[in-house]
Ligand binder design. Structure first.
Ligand SMILES: O=C(O)CCC(=O)C(=O)O
Length: 176
C-alpha cells in the first residue's frame, strides 16, 4: 500500500481446466488481483523466405484464445487491457472506448520483422482513433505518471466520439 501503485503485469502462460492461455494479470496497491485478461486474438504469422522472411508462428497451436474483454478501474479511471496482437484490432479498442475507458494497455513483444514498422504506429492509431492513452510495454521499465486529465481535455477539443455516424455505418454493414 506504501507506493499506491497498480501493476499491470506482462503476460504469462496460464493453465486452466486443461487449457493454456496467454494471460495478463492486474494488481491493486493492496495486493489484490483486480483483472485477468486472456489474449483474445492469438498471433499467427507466415512470412515466406521468398519474401525476405522465413518466419512462421502459430500461437493457436498451443494456446486457447480468451473470449472476454477486460476493463479494470485504476482509481476512478477505466483501463482496457489487451495483449500484444490484440493491439491490431481496432474494434476491441473502440469497444473499450465505448465502455468508458480512457486508457488502453497492451503488454506486448513484437518480433523484429514487423515490430519496428508497426509497434508505435499501432499504439498511436489506437490512441488517436479513440482519444485514449495507449501504453504498450515490451519489457519491464519504470513508467512515467499518467495524465488522465489530458484525455478529457483532448476529447473536448475534437469530439470524434460524438460525431460518429453509427447510422451510416450500420446501413453500410447491412448493405455489404
Ligand atoms: O501482431 C503482430 O505483428 C505481433 C503480435 C505478436 O508478436 C504476438 O501477439 O505475440
Amino acid at each position: 500500500m506504501q507506493l499506491g501503485l497498480y501493476i499491470i503485469g506482462g503476460s504469462i502462460v496460464e493453465r486452466d481446466a486443461g487449457k493454456l492461455y496467454n494471460t495478463c494479470t492486474v494488481w491493486a496497491p493492496n495486493g489484490s488481483l483486480i483483472g485477468r485478461h486472456r489474449k483474445i486474438h492469438l498471433f499467427t504469422m507466415n512470412i515466406e523466405a521468398a519474401h525476405g522472411g522465413g518466419v512462421q508462428f502459430d500461437e493457436g497451436a498451443v494456446l486457447t484464445a480468451g473470449s472476454e474483454l477486460t476493463v479494470v478501474k485504476i482509481g476512478q479511471h477505466k483501463v482496457g487491457i489487451g495483449i500484444c496482437h490484440d493491439k491490431r484490432f481496432e474494434e476491441l479498442a473502440r469497444i473499450y472506448r465505448n465502455l468508458g475507458c480512457s486508457m488502453l494497455v497492451y503488454p506486448s513483444a513484437f518480433c523484429i520483422c514487423q515490430g519496428p514498422m508497426h509497434w508505435e504506429l499501432l499504439q498511436r492509431a489506437r490512441a488517436t482513433d479513440n482519444h485514449c492513452l495507449a501504453a504498450t510495454q515490451q519489457s519491464i521499465r519504470t513508467l512515467s505518471p499518467v495524465d488522465f486529465d489530458m484525455v478529457e481535455q483532448v476529447r473536448r477539443q475534437i469530439t470524434i466520439h460524438q460525431q460518429r455516424r453509427t447510422d451510416v455505418y450500420a446501413k453500410a454493414r447491412a448493405d455489404s
